[in-house]
Design a protein around this ligand. Structure first.
Ligand code: ATP
Ligand code: MG
Length: 328
């Protein structure tokens, strides 16, 4: 997480005056694998869409996003769509929803390839499409270009969506809940495939998910969003061994476990506050086992500070020590 591929500084996003992302600072180096987690509504997809320049026109965005050394032309849709189809790829949750049922997979792939390389010939595009399908382990890839989406399983369609995201040889892939709609075995296969492809291509990945098990298997780093704030940025190994932020600890404790049978599943009490509704203190304070009712937590918003391990934590009680800037 040392930066140079993606550098996000003070990114804030509001919808209709409600701030749903608040001063996000985040860096990614080439080949990094970052898991982005948080409860529903915490702002994960908004962050992914902001990087892709895909937020709706009504979103008000401030801050900067630099990619491969240059500021992303966020307001310039034409310039952004070239980057999106090219150096930044995108995979989202619902493979069925990503394909028009009346077009063949080959046509979908052609569209993605031509977006990244407008002058490519039909023949070269078809060869490239077949190679990309083979890369995501679709058998008889050339012949299957003529099939329609309904002729593929959900797992295969998700792999084809990954293939189309690879059309522009992206340096960064943003995958928003890519395996949520899939059964456990198919999910494992898609993750294994993504793992192999990301390693072979040296491609950085931001994996947005609710599933900390998926993060544990796939990612090196973990960013935790709460109510539009980045509250923890650490390695997955350290987060799993010793989660410093009480919210991260709560998310880990709430994971269903096969190796123990508690009387009931653990949850984090309370609910996520509405976007923009948190007061001046820590947004997590009302739900926090450590800080509920503690004056500083209730009244002062914690900054994202670096601790001795180099992790960054926004918590008054988690032993954060130095300014965030020192660790970047
Ligand atoms: N187009 C929009 N207009 C208004 N509010 C929006 C819009 N998109 C997102 N929001 C709000 O922004 C907040 C963050 O939403 P977002 O979809 O980023 O959350 P998320 O963490 O991805 O949730 P989930 O896990 O359910 O996908 C929510 O309060 C949501 O209602
Ligand atoms: Mg989302």
């Amino acid at each position: 997480m040392t930066g140079s591929l993606l550098e996000i500084e003070r990114l804030s996003v509001s919808f209709g005056g409600l701030r749903v992302l608040d001063d996000i600072d985040l860096k990614l180096a080439p080949g990094d694998r970052l898991g982005l987690v948080g409860e529903s509504g915490s702002g994960k997809s908004t962050l992914g869409l902001a990087i892709l320049g895909l937020l709706v026109d009504t979103a008000s965005v401030s801050g900067t996003i630099r990619f491969a050394g240059a500021a992303l032309p966020i307001g310039d849709d034409r310039a952004m769509s070239a980057i999106r189809g090219g150096r930044i790829g995108f995979v989202y949750q619902d493979p069925m929803g990503g394909f028009s049922p009346i077009h063949t997979v080959g046509r979908h792939m052609h569209h993605a390839i031509a977006a990244a390389e407008p002058d490519i010939s039909r023949r070269a595009a078809r060869e490239r499409a077949a190679a990309l399908l083979a890369e995501v382990e679709i058998r008889d890839s050339a012949a299957r270009l003529d099939d329609y989406p309904h002729q593929f399983s959900g797992g295969m369609l998700q792999r084809i969506m990954i293939a189309s995201a690879l059309a522009g040889n992206p340096q960064l892939l943003i995958a928003d809940e890519p395996t949520t709609a899939l059964d456990a075995t198919t999910q494992a296969n898609v993750l294994r495939l993504l793992d192999r492809i990301a390693s072979a291509r040296g491609m950085a990945v931001i994996l947005i998910t609710h599933d900390l098990g998926v993060v544990g298997r796939f990612c090196g780093d973990l960013a935790v969003l709460y109510c539009g704030n980045l509250v923890s940025l650490t390695t997955v190994a350290r987060a799993m061994a010793n989660p410093v932020h009480p919210y991260t600890r709560g998310l880990l404790d709430a994971r269903p476990r096969l190796d123990e049978k508690p009387a009931r599943l653990r949850t984090i009490g309370g609910v996520l506050p509405r976007a923009g509704a948190a007061g001046g203190g820590c947004a997590f304070e009302p739900r926090c086992a450590l800080g509920r009712g503690v004056a500083i937590c209730r009244n002062e918003r914690p900054l994202l500070l670096a601790n001795r391990s180099g992790d960054r934590v926004a918590c008054h009680l988690a032993g954060a020590e130095s300014e965030v800037a020192a660790s970047c």
